[in-house]
Design a protein around this ligand. Sequence first.
Ligand code: 5GP
Length: 190
Amino acid sequence: MLIATVLFKLYYMQGIQIIDKTFIPYITNEELEQAIKRLATIVHNDYKGEIPVFIGVLNGVIIFMSDFLKQYKGDCEISFLQMKSYEGTQTTGNVKTLMDISMDITGRHIVLMEDIVDTGNTLYALHQLISRKKVKSIRTATLLYKPDAYKKDLNIDYIGMHIPDKFVVGFGLDYEGLGRNLPDIYQLKD
Ligand code: 5GP
C-alpha cells in the first residue's frame, strides 16, 4: 500500500502533457475548495439581507462558480456571459464579448466572477459593460489573481489566491480547450 502511494506520488509529480506542453501539479483541489469556502463566507457576510446577482465569465469560471454557489448560504441569482482574450498561453489584449447576459439586472447588486485575473483586461471590459446597465452596485471576485501581470486600477474585492505570472490549467482553466476538467491546478513547466 505504501509503495503504491509513493509510486502514485512520483507519477503525479512528473506532471501532465497537454498537446505540446508539460504542466506540473501546483494547487490541489483541497486547497482550492478551502479558498472558495472562505470567499463564499466573506461575500455572504457582505450581502446580508440582499439578493446579489453573481455574473460569471464563461467558460473558465464554471467549476469555481458551481463550487462557490454550493458554499454560499444566502439567497442569490446567477447569470453568465462569455468573453475571450486568450489565444493559447498568451493574452491578445483584445477582449471580445461572445455572449451577453440575458437577465434584467437594473437596480441589482452585482458580483462579477472570474476564474483568473491576469492583465485585468477582461474584468475591466466586463465592468464597463455591466456598469452601463444601471445596476445598484458592482463588486469583483476572482479565484486566482496574478498581481505581477495586473495592469488596471480597478479594485478586486474578493480574491481566492495570489499566484505568480505563469500559465496554469485545470479547475475550469484550459490550454487550447483542454484541461478544464482536471480537479487540481497545474502550472506550465519552464
Ligand atoms: P486577463 O484579461 O485578465 O488578461 O485574462 C483573463 C482571462 O484570460 C481569464 O478569464 C482566462 O480565460 C484567461 N487566462 C488568464 N491567465 C490564464 C492562465 O494562466 N491560464 C489559463 N488557462 N487561462 C488564463
